[in-house]
Design a binder for this molecule. Structure first.
Ligand code: FBP
Length: 548
C-alpha cells in the first residue's frame, strides 16, 4: 500500500491512555443498575445480564497473571474515524494481559461471523492501520445480528477458533444486538463474552456514562473545516446562499456542533422543530425571513446548516413515516411486487386520508425515499433525501412571493452541499485516536475480568487523557422499549439534542447575532502535530456539556 507523507508520520503516534490502563488494573464495581425506562420489561427480556453494576478500572500495584485470551472483533454499521485504533487498543491490551493472546477479525461486519469469514489480526496487520481512518482493516457491514439461528451459526466458528470473547464495535442498534447476543450466550452457557464499543459519527449514542461516541469529534472537525472554507468563499464573493446538509441520521448533534464551531447564519435543529411543532412551511418561512433581513442590509449571501434527519422531525412528516413504517412492515412483500411506477399511487391509496394527502404533496424523490430503501434496522435512509435542495427551492418560492408583496428586494442564488461520507473515514483527530485506543484497551480489561453484556466506557474526556476514567457500563442500563418494524423492542435509547442542555442553549443565545451579522469562524483542518490547544481539543459540545 503506497502511503502519504502524513500517513507515514502519523503511524508512529502513540495514543494517550488513561492513567489506570497504563499498568496493572484493579476493578471497582458499583451498585446494581436499572434500565433508563421500562425496567420490568427489560429485566424480563434480559434475566442474565440485567442489573449488573457499573465498573471502573483503577491503577493497582498488585500484579495478576491472566491466561491467554482469544477474542474476535466485528466492525458494525457506518464507518467512523478511529475504528482502527479501537482494534489496535484491543490488540495491545490483550497482548499486555498475556502475550499469547490472539485476536480474530470478522470480515465485512456481523455477516462475517454468520458466514465464518475472518482473518487473524497479527501485529504486522495492526501496525499498518494504527491511527488511520476507515474500517478497511476488516471491513464493515449493516447485517443485523438478531436471530437465534445467526447466533448459533456464529457460535460454530467461535468454538472452532476457541474464541472466548467477542467485541462488537457499533452504534445504538448494533450494541443493542450485542446485548441480545450476550444474553443468549450466557443463557445457553456458551462461555462467550460479548463487549460493545460506542461508535458513530452521529453522536447519538451517549448518556450519563457514555460521554460521546467515537468518530463524532473527527467528523465534525472535517465538516467544520469545509463549512469554514465555504463561509470564507461566501463572504468573499457575497453572492450565494449555501444550503449545507450534514449527516447524522435522526439527531442534530453534528449540525449543532458544526454550528458551534463555525457560527453560520442559520442552523436548523430538528429536535427544536419537533418541540415547536413546526411545519415545513414554518421552517421555510424562518429561513426566508433571515434571507430577507440580510438582503435588507445588502447581504445577499449566507450559510444554512441542515441536519439530514430534519424531515423525520416535522411532526406531520413524523406521523406519516410512522404509518408508513407500520404499513410497510405488514405489507412489504406485496409492495415489493408492485411496479415501480405504481408504488407511489399504491401508498397514496392505502394510507389514512391525512397522511395520504401529505405523501401526495411531496416531491417525487422525497416520497420515494420515504417509502423505499430502508436500512436493515428499518430506518428511513435520510442521508439519501435531498433536504437541502427541497428547502432552498421552497425558500426561493417564498422569497418570490415576498418580493411580489414588496417585503423582499434582494437577489437569491443557492448552492447545495451534503457533507457526510467525506468525514467518516478521515484520519482520527488526536481526541478520537486516544479515545478509541482507550476504548479498545478497556474492552480487553473487561474481557480479562470475565465481563459480558457491557459497553466499554471512557469518561472525563474534557480533561487530559491521563485523567480519563476507563470502565464498563451494562448495556441493559441504557435500554428502553421502542416501536420498531411495527413491534415493541428493547433498544438502547437514542440520545437526541436536548433543548435544555448547554450546547443548544448556547447556540440559541447566539443565533440571532449570527443570522444578522457575519460572524463566521474558520476552524481550518484538523492538526495532528503541534501545540495541545490546537491538536487536542474535544468538541465544543463535550466542553459545554461538562460545564453544565
Ligand atoms: P452508523 O449509525 O451505523 O454509525 O451510521 C452513521 C451514518 O453515517 C449516518 O449518519 C447516515 O445516515 C448513515 O450512516 C448512512 O448510511 P450508509 O453508509 O449505509 O449510506
Amino acid at each position: 500500500m503506497k502511503k502519504s507523507a502524513l500517513q507515514i508520520a502519523r503511524a508512529s503516534y502513540q495514543p494517550k491512555l488513561p492513567k489506570a490502563l497504563k499498568g496493572q488494573v484493579s476493578i471497582k464495581e458499583g451498585t446494581p443498575t436499572e434500565s433508563v425506562a421500562d425496567q420490568a420489561e427489560i429485566k424480563k427480556l434480559f434475566p442474565n445480564t440485567y442489573g449488573m453494576p457499573v465498573i471502573s478500572f483503577e491503577p493497582s500495584n498488585e500484579s495478576k497473571n491472566y491466561p491467554a485470551i482469544t477474542a474476535g472483533v466485528i466492525l458494525s454499521g457506518g464507518q467512523a474515524p478511529g475504528g482502527h485504533n479501537v482494534i489496535a487498543g484491543l490488540f495491545d491490551g490483550l497482548k499486555a494481559i498475556n502475550k499469547n493472546s490472539k485476536l480474530y477479525g470478522f470480515l465485512l461486519g456481523p455477516a462475517g461471523l454468520i458466514e465464518h469469514n475472518y482473518i487473524e489480526l497479527t501485529s504486522d496487520i495492526i501496525d499498518e492501520y494504527r491511527n488511520t481512518g476507515g474500517f478497511d482493516i476488516i471491513g464493515s457491514g449493516r447485517t443485523k445480528l438478531e436471530t437465534v439461528e445467526q447466533f448459533d451459526k456464529g457460535l460454530e466458528i467461535i468454538k472452532q477458533l476457541g474464541i472466548q470473547a467477542l467485541v462488537i464495535i457499533g452504534g445504538d442498534d448494533s450494541n443493542t444486538n450485542a446485548c441480545v447476543l450476550a444474553e443468549y450466550y450466557k443463557k445457553i452457557n456458551a462461555g462467550v463474552q460479548v463487549i460493545g464499543c460506542p461508535k458513530t459519527i452521529d453522536g447519538d449514542l451517549k448518556n450519563e456514562m457514555i460521554e460521546t461516541s467515537f468518530g463524532f469529534d473527527t467528523a465534525c472537525k472535517v465538516y467544520s473545516e469545509v463549512i469554514g472554507n465555504i463561509q470564507r468563499d461566501c463572504n468573499s464573493a457575497k453572492k450565494y446562499w449555501h444550503f449545507i446538509k450534514l449527516m447524522g441520521r435522526s439527531a442534530s448533534h453534528i449540525a449543532l456542533e458544526c454550528a458551534l464551531q463555525t457560527q453560520p447564519n442559520i442552523c436548523i435543529i430538528s429536535e427544536e422543530v419537533e418541540e415547536k411543532n413546526m411545519s415545513l412551511d414554518n421552517v421555510v418561512t424562518y429561513i426566508a425571513d433571515i434571507v430577507a433581513a440580510r438582503a435588507a442590509e445588502g447581504n445577499n449571501f449566507g450559510t444554512v446548516l441542515i441536519p439530514e434527519g430534519l424531515i423525520e422531525f416535522i411532526p406531520a412528516m413524523k406521523k406519516l413515516i410512522a404509518e408508513l413504517n407500520d404499513f410497510l412492515a405488514k405489507n412489504g412483500n406485496e409492495f415489493a411486487m408492485i411496479k415501480k411506477s405504481e408504488q407511489r399511487n399504491y401508498i397514496i391509496n392505502h394510507l389514512s386520508s391525512e397522511n395520504s394527502a401529505i405523501y401526495a404533496s411531496l416531491p417525487e424523490g422525497v416520497a420515494r425515499q420515504l417509502s423505499l430503501d430502508r436500512d436493515p434496522h428499518g430506518n428511513v435512509q435520510v442521508s439519501l433525501i435531498e433536504t437541502e435542495k427541497l428547502l432552498s427551492e421552497m425558500v426561493g418560492k417564498k422569497l418570490a412571493e415576498m418580493k411580489s408583496e414588496g417585503k423582499y428586494t434582494g437577489k437569491f442564488a443557492a448552492q447545495h452541499h451534503f457533507f457526510g461520507y467525506e468525514g467518516r473515514c478521515a484520519a482520527p483527530s488526536n481526541f478520537d485516536a486516544d479515545y478509541c485506543y482507550s476504548l479498545g484497551y478497556t474492552a480487553s480489561a473487561l474481557i480479562a475480568e470475565g465481563k459480558t453484556g457491557y459497553m466499554s466506557s471512557v469518561r472525563n474526556t474534557t480533561k487530559p487523557a491521563e485523567e480519563w476514567i476507563a470502565g464498563g457500563v451494562p448495556v441493559t442500563m441504557m435500554m428502553n422499549m421502542e416501536r420498531r418494524h411495527g413491534e415493541m423492542k428493547p433498544v438502547i435509547q437514542k440520545a437526541l439534542v436536548k433543548l435544555d442542555d448547554a450546547p443548544f442553549k448556547y447556540f440559541a443565545s447566539q443565533r440571532e447575532i449570527w443570522a444578522k451579522d457575519t460572524c463566521y469562524v474558520y476552524p481550518g483542518p484538523i492538526q495532528y502535530f503541534g501545540p495541545t490547544e490546537v491538536c487536542d481539543q474535544p468538541t465544543i459540545t463535550l466542553v459545554l456539556e461538562a460545564q453544565g
